[in-house]
Design a binder for this molecule. Structure first.
Ligand code: MN
Length: 237
């Protein structure tokens, strides 16, 4: 292949315990999937069908095993917020799945952060415009090593929490999801054919809040590699 500009490497995430990597295609995210977070965002906890938004695949910020990630404070916001989330990594193509067979598409799971320019998201929401600039930007999807289903199964319960500078900000249990992973993926496959390399961020419990340059984020999900990310000052090029 001969490109007319310099090409770049496929975005990818390390796989726990190996030197192999998971290549990233699309990033799908589900909104308001824990009742307590839905309430803090001004919604209610009624069981409506889930809704989705996207981040570009190259928004992924892979954190190598044993290391901490460095996320640059993004442009154009004064309210960068954290959302700790379970991430499902898709290994097989599938469309029109049901909750009974949706999990067959999942290759593995990881701890991730849906980083959000909240001021821009809310402004766009109120103006009935797309959320993209609030959710889709460089390094907006930090993620720790992926664990294969063959090792960790399909986590249905277990702690999910986030500390900022050592103080607990978010705490919940995977069992508190309004739509579990199987139902979330089933809904998603009614609208898109999921493809190998896709990542699905499955929503966040209550306690989202702002971070600034210099802050240290430490996320944990039971059974998975924890995710450490340091926010650093933006460096314009
Ligand atoms: Mn989220």
């Amino acid at each position: 292949m001969s490109y007319v500009i310099t090409s770049w490497e496929l975005p990818s995430v390390p796989v726990a315990g190996t030197t192999h990597r998971f290549p990233v295609r699309h990033i799908y995210c589900v909104g308001r999937n824990y009742a307590d977070h839905a309430k803090e965002m001004g919604g209610d906890a009624s069981k409506e069908p889930p809704f989705f938004f996207c981040k570009p695949g190259d928004a992924v910020l892979p954190v190598e095993a044993g290391q901490r990630g460095r996320m640059h404070y993004p442009l154009a916001t004064a309210d960068l917020q954290h959302e700790i989330e379970l991430v499902a990594a898709i290994g097989r193509a599938g469309a029109k799945r049901t909750a009974d067979n949706a999990l067959e598409l999942v290759w593995g799971y990881a701890t991730g952060l849906d980083m959000t320019r909240r001021d821009l998201q809310i402004e766009m929401r109120e103006r009935k415009r797309p959320w993209d600039i609030g959710k889709a930007f460089a390094e907006a999807a930090p993620i720790a090593t992926i664990h294969p289903v063959s090792e960790v199964g399909h986590p249905g319960t277990g702690v999910i929490e986030l500390d900022v500078n050592g103080a607990r900000r978010q705490h919940g249990d995977l069992g508190q999801m309004i739509w579990d992973v199987a139902h979330t993926i089933a809904f998603l496959t009614t609208m898109y054919e999921l493809l190998p390399g896709d990542l699905v961020f499955t929503g966040t419990p209550a306690g989202v809040g702002p971070v600034v340059a210099g802050d240290r984020l430490d996320g944990r999900i039971a059974g998975l590699t924890p995710l450490g990310v340091d926010i650093v000052a933006h460096t314009a090029s």
